[in-house]
Design a protein around this ligand. Sequence first.
Ligand code: F6R
Length: 258
Amino acid sequence: MRVILCDCAGEATARVVDRIARTVSETPEPVLGLATGGTMEPVYAGLIEAHRAGLSFSAATSFNLDEYVGLPPEHPQSYHSYMARHFFDHVDLPEARRFLPRGDVDPGQSAAAFEVALQRHGPVDLQLLGLGHNGHIGFNEPGSSLGSLTREKTLTRRTREANARFFGEGEMPPRSAVTMGIGSIMRARAIVVLALGQGKAAAVAAAVEGPVTAFCPGSALQFHPDTTVYLDPAAASDLRLTEHYREAEAISSARAPD
Ligand code: F6R
């Protein structure tokens, strides 16, 4: 894993935006793996700005990690709606090449259809990931099989409580989601993880420096050959090897950009 310690959340976000923009402009038919959540909102704002400055997504295909079971695409808290609001409605990525698991059909069928599309259009060139407080990636909660493919997963109470902020007062997120599996995520050619804030510090330390374990799904990324983790100082605050990451990055960045 390449660990990039940024001076602030704004720098970490801008570097992730730049990395995605480079993949889009340098790859003839780029396939992007996309995430949702609070951390990603400024990433999409940055990509929209890049689009207004000339970056085209017209040759791109996108795969979103997950969708809540039971929510139709038009539900305001569905990830279909999130993506429309924060990204798709503002860029030229063709509608026919935006893939998200469906939340309003049988979850088994939704997952199977998503895997078929991934096989057909993949592999993903660059997968964007956030990290849950409990180390989840996508909605692969602790205990998820490290080799899993897209399927329905029950959400932990902690995840549902964390995401309740996006729902109306007194409303809770659905109990389960269809999510790309850890095995599906690991097939991406390259992965970028963006984690910001003190609330992510323990999960970051477990994913980057802990043992590889289903208890922290993000730790599976230690097996991936090309994963870069972008952190602000708060999210990096539980790491033990920070001096080493700084030294390693000084050498790596002189040789190859992230
Ligand atoms: C959602 C997703 C999740 C989030 C994670 C962090 O598509 O993949 O793994 O990335 O829950 O969410 P925020 O950024 O809201 O803390």
